[in-house]
Design a protein around this ligand. Structure first.
Ligand code: 5GP
Ligand code: MN
Length: 341
């Protein structure tokens, strides 16, 4: 069943959850603020209702989310538990819920290694990506929402849920980061209202601002300077890359490249930007951003990726130079087809 509206989906999701005992919440690989906020916002609520809840990310959390009071409740998936913060999938789970995950394959190794486990349990998907294929038993996919956290707020409201300051902080983190602090075109009246309601419910706005925006690691700044020195432009498109050598030379973390994506997305006079990030395995992650009128989700989909019309991503085969050439050709065509954007 596919719902595109939280109010309509609320009774169906509540009915499905009602007779369950142990809920496993999973989000996407390389989780961002919206992914972490979604796990905590919904996870803490269900815990409050008396369910056993396991919150799981396929890969470690970004640094800026780690100081959220309950962030250590989120475990990182491991096929066999290795460190105290890693976890394999508990047998007692009787419901799996994917949040902020546009495609089941975006849970990466959990998808590849746990097919039987996942197939044996009902699946609910709650997401805001237009490219979501809706593979759950119940799917709530509302692409009009700025963030998955805004969608979850609507769902909690429909359930007349008690929103604690901790839940409010988590949800506000997602809305703030997915709208790039209320700058992107999906900053709708409803997103702003949700944010206002969450501040009223006790969300720690100052903590989010400090941790997300005034906490950039020194190594990330060095990486940004390397990436910007390689910035290229052709017409209304600008792009650059981050190689493994660049990343290692300054000791930057894997999520540092996101800062480069954000920086170039804010340049004026452009219609689309691309950051090409070489991964350890040689594959290339591209992060695309665009102005309204240019659909980069469609560009990403041509390469097996997806996302939103103005912010999307995909993984390409290396080497880097070839990946750049292939993707830029498609991106240029998309920009040329929309001269009025
Ligand atoms: P980012 O460029 O920041 O990694 O991602 C931008 C948006 O595109 C996010 O909403 C993210 O979930 C989505 N996205 C990024 N990479 C992929 C991908 O490989 N597949 C899909 N389906 N979505 C992606
Ligand atoms: Mn999101």
């Amino acid at each position: 069943m596919l719902y595109t509206n939280a109010e309509q989906a609320a009774p169906a999701i509540a009915a499905c959850v009602k007779n369950k005992r142990h809920i496993l919440l999973i989000t996407h690989v390389n989780p961002d603020g919206d992914a972490v906020g979604s796990l905590l916002g919904l996870g803490l609520y269900w815990e409050q209702c008396g369910y056993e809840v396991t919150m799981l990310a396929p890969t470690p959390l970004p640094i800026f989310t780690q100081r959220l009071r309950s962030a250590d409740r989120i475990k990182v998936y491991s096929q066999a538990p290795v460190y105290s913060n890693t976890l394999t999938l508990p047998e007692t789970v009787d419901l799996v819920v994917l949040v902020d995950t546009g495609d089941v394959q975006r849970i990466a190794r959990i998808y590849q290694e746990q097919q039987a486990y996942l197939a044996a349990r009902p699946l609910i998907i709650i997401d805001h990506h237009a490219t979501n294929s809706g593979e759950g038993l119940i799917n709530l996919v509302d692409p009009s929402r700025s963030s998955n956290c805004e969608l979850l707020y609507e769902l909690l409201k429909a359930w007349a849920a008690q929103i604690t300051p901790e839940i409010a902080t988590a949800l506000l983190m997602g809305i703030t980061t997915d709208t790039q602090s209320f700058k992107t075109s999906n900053t709708t009246p409803s997103a702003l209202r949700a944010a206002a309601d969450l501040v009223e419910a006790g969300a720690d706005r100052a903590l989010i601002m400090r941790d997300v925006y005034s906490n950039i690691p020194f190594e990330t700044a060095k990486l940004l300077s390397l990436a910007l020195s390689e910035l290229k432009r052709e017409g209304a498109i600008a792009w650059t890359h981050v190689t493994q050598v660049m990343q290692r030379s300054v000791g930057a973390s894997d999520d540092a490249a996101a800062e480069v994506t954000d920086y170039i997305a804010n340049l004026g006079g452009l219609k689309a930007t691309a950051l090409f990030k070489e991964r350890r395995d040689g594959s290339v992650k591209v992060s695309l951003r665009s102005v309204p009128g240019i659909d980069v989700a469609a560009v990403a989909q041509r390469f097996g990726g997806g996302g939103h019309r103005q912010a999307a991503g995909a993984t390409l085969q290396g080497p880097l130079v070839e990946a750049e050439q292939q993707l830029l050709a498609v991106l240029k065509a998309a920009v040329e087809e929309a001269p009025d954007a």
